[in-house]
Design a binder for this molecule. Structure first.
Ligand code: NAI
Ligand code: MG
Length: 436
């Protein structure tokens, strides 16, 4: 029924035919409504996901609004050009929407991911079906209501909660869906590629990561310690781009790890609804057990636990895990190669620039990377050599609707955000006109 509604809205509804300026106004209004309902949406997000209300309110809400405000503007700016083929012809590429886009959303950023995927798809004139993660459907449902209130016509943005194996699978196989934009595990990303092949689905896949945060000895170490800690503990480490491997130059490693461990020990999990809390609860008991299992794996492999490592229940309850630092990790260990998706940092030492780049790239993933140095040449040279879709220099975990985000290697393909993602939500028709 959702696909039927979206197809009908695309083929005979007002949305794709609407004046771009009107589409722009509606999407901009939706951005405004997100800000007007910030407290309510933030609370829903925290109840669903366990992230601190501070993050929901200060990070997630502004990002969602940013997506609708930014991509609203693109509705009127998706221009083409004329191409000089032959004076006898008039040639122009016409950029058109794909049709019906299914957005399959993970549980770590349930609301942000709707903004990342629905905002550009809608701006380009597509109709959208959002399949939220089964653990975290609340804010997507509320955003659907706000979209109607903003003037998005019925059928244009459909929210379809349900299980991945049922609702998600049905969307991936449905011939009425033109494109699947997915964020989640590499395992399900691979599965979607195969399952979508029969109906020739266009795909954007934003998958896992094991992103290196590289700290050189010439970095401002106090700034780097803060950045590296935030890079792994923000969002409880349930962040696709989490800086989960610290690559630190051997000459400063002991000093740096000591500072980092101290910082980790000071960061205590707390009630996610308390505005002072900076570390929330993991999304589920299952995720907590996976994360704690990896801590055990790491120590068995020979890593040295220098901070955290345990469950930290509050009043005997909750899926809280202490900020954890595993030192003496070798890049070949499982805790250096596999995505843990929790507040667990693996510390690996390197000797020089070549060694740092080699170990950073020695990963099946390539989502993001961080570089900390005061040497501007080194920073840019290393950024070029890293196999990663995003490189942050002397900063980490920053996002904006205007900057493309996505993976190299097994972290996927296609891009969310930025002008770049609009290519992935449109197709080009070459029109030839005889004028002689
Ligand atoms: P998942 O990849 O199974 O779930 C992500 C989304 O895909 C959810 O909406 C789910 O319902 C849907 N889905 C699941 N099976 C599907 C299918 N057969 N067809 C279509 N859609 C389907 O992730 P899961 O199992 O919740 O988490 C497992 C691990 O995946 C995590 O520990 C983490 O390592 C990774 N992950 C990575 C994310 C990222 O942002 N890169 C986000 C979520 C999980
Ligand atoms: Mg799964």
């Amino acid at each position: 029924r959702a696909v039927h509604a979206a197809r009908a809205a695309f083929e005979s509804g007002p949305w794709p035919k609407m004046k771009p300026a009107d589409r722009q106004r509606v999407l901009f209004k939706l951005g405004d409504l997100v800000l007007e309902h910030a407290d309510e949406l933030a609370r829903l997000e925290t109840l669903d996901n366990g992230k601190p209300i501070f993050e929901s309110r200060q990070v997630d809400i502004p990002m969602v609004a940013n997506c609708f405000h930014y991509f609203a503007g693109w509705a009127t700016k998706l221009a083409g050009e004329t191409l000089p083929v032959n004076p006898a012809y008039f040639n122009y590429p016409l950029r058109e929407p794909l049709g019906v886009v299914a957005a399959i959303i993970p549980w770590n950023f349930p609301m942000i991911m709707v903004g990342w995927k629905a905002a550009p798809a809608l701006a380009a004139g597509n109709c959208v079906i959002v399949k939220p993660a089964e653990l975290t459907p609340l804010t997507a449902i509320r955003l659907g209501e706000l979209a109607l209130a903003a003037g998005v016509p019925p059928g244009v943005l459909n929210i379809l909660p349900g299980k991945g194996s049922i609702a998600g699978e049905a969307l991936v196989r449905h011939p009425g869906v033109d494109k699947v934009s997915f964020t989640g595990s590499t395992e399900i990303g691979r599965h979607i590629m195969k399952a979508g092949a029969d109906t020739m689905k266009k795909l954007t896949l934003e998958l896992g990561g094991k992103s290196p945060n590289i700290v050189f000895a010439d970095a401002d170490l106090d700034v780097a310690v803060k950045g590296v800690a935030a890079g792994i503990f923000y969002g409880k480490g349930e962040v696709c781009a989490a800086g989960s491997r610290l690559l630190v130059e051997a000459s400063i490693a002991d000093e740096f790890v000591a500072k980092l461990a101290e910082r980790a020990q000071k960061l205590k999990p707390g009630d996610p609804l308390d505005p002072k809390t900076r570390l929330g609860a993991l999304v589920s008991e299952k995720q907590m057990n996976t994360v704690l299992g990896y801590v055990e794996t790491g120590t068995k492999e020979g890593a040295k636990l220098v901070a955290g490592g345990k469950r930290a229940p509050i009043n005997g309850k909750g899926w809280f895990v202490e900020p954890t630092v595993l030192d003496q990790v070798d890049n070949a260990m499982r805790v250096a190669q596999e995505e843990i998706f929790g507040p667990v940092l693996s510390v690996i030492r390197f000797t020089d620039v070549d060694d740092a780049v080699k170990q950073a790239n020695d990963s099946p993933f390539g989502l993001a990377a961080g570089v900390w140095t005061r040497d501007v040449k080194k920073a840019h040279a290393v950024a070029r050599r890293l196999q990663a879709g995003t490189v942050w220099i002397n900063m980490y975990n920053f996002y904006d609707a205007g900057m493309p985000f996505g993976g190299y290697k097994a972290s996927g393909f296609g891009r969310d955000l930025g002008p770049e993602c609009l290519r992935d939500y449109t197709q080009v028709k070459s029109v030839w006109v005889s004028i002689e």
